[in-house]
Design a protein around this ligand. Structure first.
Ligand code: ADP
Ligand code: MG
Length: 356
């Protein structure tokens, strides 16, 4: 858990309070809006909320948390039997097709379109290969390189043959949708790990829009961040981008007005280092191995959470050069860090990015 606290932060301003139910209240001047903060966990990651509201925001913050856990439990969890994705995966191979509720079908079609446009670098059917690597289990959890040595010694690079077999069952292009149904080949499963936190940002946005007491908010869900509305005292939101090789610090920040989503995929988030090689959690679907397109961190700025999250994974696998065309298609912007520390801004990002 510790690691996620370091993923992405607002460029350091507040003291963090750990634990559910601890609120920090600060008076914010004339407009009677106050700041409320909380940190807790959901979706296997850390959720940090800063909400500016004209009334006590405890219930609103609990509501935000509920949106996130409902998305996980009822829609996208791969492990919980209660979820739609679990039920869909359990029916893989069904010849008559699998019924999918409108919301999810639309989302899956959107994701497959990103797969198509990105040359298959985002592929939500490669879960089996992801699990062969099992990076999550061994990952250096505090991002400082101080993993439990025994655990890392136990880490095994999966057999080439096993990866090849897993990739045979994968392939988004083999999945078809028609009407309200999806057709999944036998043994092919869906894993929304690469887009789930961004989708959660979208759900939270819908909820916030129904809360007249909320003037502004910054909600961090693992590597995805939603900014919404305004601060009572005015001024832009500042979203810090972690330095991928000094994860206690920032390499820059995004200065944002109003509603945005920011997602980062980096090779420092979850990885194992063995025999001098870093194995991270973003897999190139064309090889089954951790992506190695020259980038170590990609931060995407978009209006939509699912899209910023989808593109962060896709661009990481795609590499900087090819990502630029993809980003233009989706009206999104990126800060990409190359292995040598070089920072690349996609066209348009210079309006928002400030180096530290
Ligand atoms: P995080 O989960 O830390 O927010 P990402 O958004 O980059 O990071 O998603 C990475 C997760 O997505 C991995 O942990 C894995 O479950 C899954 N994944 C890895 N590579 C791919 C890929 N090429 N396409 C789709 N999903 C992927
Ligand atoms: Mg992603």
């Amino acid at each position: 858990m510790k690691s996620f606290l370091k993923n992405l932060r607002y460029a350091g301003q507040y003291t963090l309070l750990l634990g559910t139910g601890l609120w920090l209240l600060t008076a914010c001047g004339r407009e009677k809006s106050s700041q409320y903060q909380s940190v807790d966990t959901a979706m296997g990651t850390v959720i940090r909320q800063t909400v500016y509201a004209t009334q006590d925001a405890s219930e609103i913050m609990a509501g935000i948390r509920r949106e996130i856990t409902t998305l996980e439990d009822e829609w996208i969890s791969r492990r919980k039997k209660s979820s739609q994705i679990y039920q869909i995966n359990a029916q893989s191979g069904s010849e008559k097709g699998i019924d999918v509720p409108e919301y999810l079908l639309q989302m899956l079609e959107n994701i497959f379109q990103v797969s198509e446009e990105s040359g298959g670098t985002l592929d939500i059917t490669i879960g089996e290969a992801v699990r062969l690597w099992n990076i999550d289990e061994y990952a250096v959890l505090d991002g400082s390189g101080s993993a439990d040595v025994k655990e890392v010694q136990e880490f095994q690079v999966p057999a080439r043959e096993a990866l090849a077999q897993a990739l045979e069952r994968a392939g988004y292009e083999k999945v078809k949708t028609e009407g309200e149904k999806i057709y999944l080949p036998q043994g092919t499963t869906l894993d929304l790990g690469a887009v789930g936190k961004g989708m959660a940002c979208d759900e939270v946005l819908g909820y916030l829009k129904e809360q007249p007491a909320v003037q502004g908010a910054v909600i961090t869900i693992g590597g995805s961040i939603l900014t919404y509305g305004q601060k009572p005292e005015g001024g832009a939101w500042k979203v810090g981008i972690i330095d991928p090789r000094d994860t206690d610090g920032y390499m820059g920040r995004l200065v944002l007005e109003g509603q945005w989503c920011v997602s980062t995929s980096g090779d420092y988030e979850r990885y194992v280092e063995k025999d001098g090689v870093r194995y991270h959690h973003i897999i190139d679907p064309s090889t089954g191995y951790p992506a190695d397109a020259g980038l170590i961190s990609v931060t995407i700025l978009s209006r939509d959470g699912w899209l910023s999250d989808a593109l962060s994974t896709a661009c990481f696998v795609l590499g900087a050069e090819k990502s630029v065309a993809l980003l233009e298609k989706y009206d999104a912007y990126a800060v990409m860090v190359e292995k040598d520390g070089n920072i690349i801004l996609s066209p348009g990002m210079e309006q928002y990015f400030r180096a530290e």
